[in-house]
Design a protein around this ligand. Structure first.
Ligand SMILES: [Zn+2]
Length: 125
């Protein structure tokens, strides 16, 4: 998957966020293709204060087309996280609102927050 922004990623998005979105949206699914076109326009609006990798986005919806998704908040992509003994320990979800990328959520089934850097080592698309 070569995006025009592959060198360094979109300005304003940390590389761990870009890398996670690459995996989550890296399918041939028409919805994922449409959402990938929004990634260069995303800005980080805030990251979760608990230390996990959950990240909220700002997106100028005048500049991009909405993906063909239902109105409201939808999980548009998800991947599970597996540890070294192949136990599923959580998942990463991409939420959209009205067809636009809205936030990335890192869920852990334990009390330990999982950062995106941790998650990237454990993602199984
Ligand atoms: Zn958190």
């Amino acid at each position: 998957m070569t995006a025009p922004t592959a060198a360094g990623g979109p300005p304003g998005l940390p590389s761990d966020v870009t890398a996670a979105l690459d995996v989550l949206l890296g399918t041939e699914d028409a919805i994922h293709r449409a959402l990938r076109l929004q990634v260069p326009y995303l800005r980080t609006a805030g990251r979760c204060s608990c230390g996990c990798g959950t990240t909220h986005f700002d997106l100028d919806t005048e500049k991009v087309a909405a993906a063909p998704l239902p109105v409201g908040t939808v999980v548009a992509a998800e991947v599970q996280l597996y540890d070294t003994v192949e136990d599923c320990i959580g998942e990463v979800l991409a939420f959209t609102r009205n067809g636009f990328l809205s936030w990335l959520e890192v869920c852990s089934w334990s009390d330990e927050p999982v950062t995106l850097t941790d998650a990237l080592r454990m993602l199984r698309p």
